[in-house]
Design a protein around this ligand. Structure first.
Ligand code: GRF
Length: 230
């Protein structure tokens, strides 16, 4: 009773000091641990421009999940493999028109109307416009195939990253899973994991190793993050 009363007092004080959202998140965590509150439902939209091997692992991971559902696959490329994967799993798709995506609020409205709570980038090659970032503040996650802050930024994607890592003679590379903000590859890091770069590695052999690491970790990192923020 005392513990519960303390939580209520904390929320009232937080309200008067304008810190309500911060403390409410903290409260939710405690109430869930105490078994008083269940985690909310998360509806993920996965944004991808390519093959979609990460998207597929994420879809499989959440197939029978009670709180997290992959509800939409979004792509800017009509020929992207990820759209076939979506079809195979019976998930709704949205094909973006670049100009409309970059310059209007239309897609943000559409995604909000579909009840999407979290956005997952998995090989999405367009820069996310500010309106989407603001609409999903701290609710967009990305995976980068290197150890950020090294080998990130504009133009650093796919084999360009692995090429640069090998050319610089790095002994290790890896993956970074991070929140997305207005700057390229810049938001808060949630998770990193490393692989060794061997002397005979090529960009494609390194890409292969990194993909394995991504498949192993991205779904479970998304799961923890989505449960924490739902
Ligand atoms: C991954 O290596 C990811 O790190 C990067 O794009 C690649 C996407 O690969 N952002 P896939 O389409 O999931 O196979």
């Amino acid at each position: 009773m005392l513990v519960f009363g303390y939580q209520v007092v904390l929320m009232v004080v937080a309200f008067f000091f304008g810190q309500f959202p911060f403390f409410w998140n903290y409260e939710k965590k405690i109430l869930r641990r105490m078994g008083v509150m269940q985690p909310g439902q998360a509806r993920l939209a996965i944004f991808a421009s390519g093959k979609g091997s990460n998207a597929e692992k994420i879809i499989q991971h959440f197939e029978n999940h009670s709180n997290i559902h992959v509800s939409l696959i979004v792509s800017n490329k009509a020929t992207a493999g990820v759209l076939d994967i979506a079809k195979r799993f019976g998930i709704d798709t949205l094909l973006l028109e670049k100009k409309k995506f970059m310059e209007t609020n239309e897609y943000v409205q559409l995604i909000k109307n579909q009840g999407i709570t979290h956005v997952v980038l998995a090989g999405f090659l367009l820069k996310v416009p500010d309106n989407l970032i603001q609409a999903y503040n701290n609710k967009i996650v990305n995976i980068h195939p290197a150890l950020l802050p090294a080998y990130g930024g504009k133009g650093m994607y796919g084999d360009h990253v692995h090429q640069a890592v090998i050319q610089a003679g790095e002994k290790e590379s890896g993956i970074t899973i991070h929140l997305v903000d207005e700057e390229y590859d810049h938001g808060k890091t949630l998770f990193q994991s490393k692989v060794t770069v061997d002397p005979n590695d090529t960009p494609s052999s390194l890409a292969e190793k990194i993909h394995q690491l991504e498949h192993q970790h991205y779904p479970s990192v998304i799961e923890k993050w989505a449960l924490r923020t739902s």
